[in-house]
Design a protein around this ligand. Structure first.
Ligand SMILES: [Fe+2]
Length: 283
């Protein structure tokens, strides 16, 4: 398990997505992402890697409407594989199945492949490089964007076959469309995150414990972009996990002091960032 996703860190664990076609989505998350079904109801399928914890939950609301462009919401959620070799196996599998890849990059801190699920939700699948090789900067960690070494990754996989997401696969980070970078930074700072990199006033990356980022947010859908309608297809919420109840309380108080509102539903606590991205706060 990544040291940046346990202990005293605050990190993401799960994403819930509203989909138009539940069966098609489940098939994709099984055959391409390699997840397993943990629980299944008529309009809700919880998917897992370890057989215990949800990683992606797919729901089919009755009143769902198609996704609109130029809105805040999900840019991508990012699935962190345990090793570089696992990423090689993932690439071999997706190529063999003929599923389209949108792009791939070497970010220095990680190697990352990008794709869209059948309903155009962005997904990154990545492996971190050893953190002793990360270039630390005054504020955080340097990330670059260079071509991905597909050949090296596939060679590393060798004759090994992808047999689903391996043990230790987790939700590594979230990347969101927001309407205002600095407002978003204030909000995520109140939750305990630190700015690690700012990309030319286009995107900010924040983390806890020195990770390259647990959350990224950008204004690529336009400064001041409106939130999606409540019933829109796309992300419903993602989950942030706190190390203990005291820390969660402290961060919730920070948010309340800044005028943010907590939403309680079925004994679960949620809040919305300034761009209306819904977040579940768990311990
Ligand atoms: Fe990302």
């Amino acid at each position: 398990m990544s040291k940046y996703h346990k202990g005293s860190k605050i990190f993401v664990t799960e994403v819930v997505i509203k989909v138009m076609d539940l069966n098609r989505a489940v098939e994709f998350y099984k055959s391409i992402m390699g997840f397993k079904v943990l629980r299944k109801k008529e309009k809700k399928v919880v998917m897992t890697v370890d057989g215990i914890n949800p990683i992606v939950t797919l729901i089919r609301p009755d009143d769902i409407v198609p996704k609109e462009h130029r809105r805040t919401g999900l840019y991508h959620f990012a699935i962190l594989l345990p090793t570089r070799k696992d990423l090689g196996k993932f690439i071999k599998n997706i190529r063999e199945k003929g599923y389209p890849i949108v792009g791939g990059s070497n970010h220095g801190v990680s190697e990352a492949l990008y794709l869209q699920d059948p309903e155009d939700n962005g997904i990154e699948v990545y492996a971190d490089t050893p953190d002793r090789n990360w270039e630390r900067t005054l504020i955080g960690v340097k990330m670059i964007t260079e071509p991905m070494d597909y050949r090296g990754l596939i060679e590393l996989a060798g004759d090994d076959v992808w047999q689903g997401a391996p043990d230790g696969t987790i939700l590594g980070h979230m990347h969101l469309h927001v309407s205002n970078l600095d407002e978003s930074l204030n909000f995520y700072s109140a939750l305990g995150f630190k700015l690690v990199q700012a990309m030319m006033d286009q995107a900010y990356f924040v983390s806890t414990g020195g990770y390259h980022h647990h959350i990224g947010f950008n204004i690529w859908n336009g400064k001041g972009a409106p939130p999606p309608p409540e019933d829109s297809a796309g992300m419903k919420y993602f989950t942030l996990k706190f190390p203990d109840e005291d820390t969660r309380k402290e961060k919730i108080n920070n948010l309340k002091e800044q005028g943010y509102v907590m939403i309680e539903k079925n004994n679960k606590l949620f809040t919305r960032d300034p761009s209306k991205n819904l977040i579940k706060l768990i311990v």
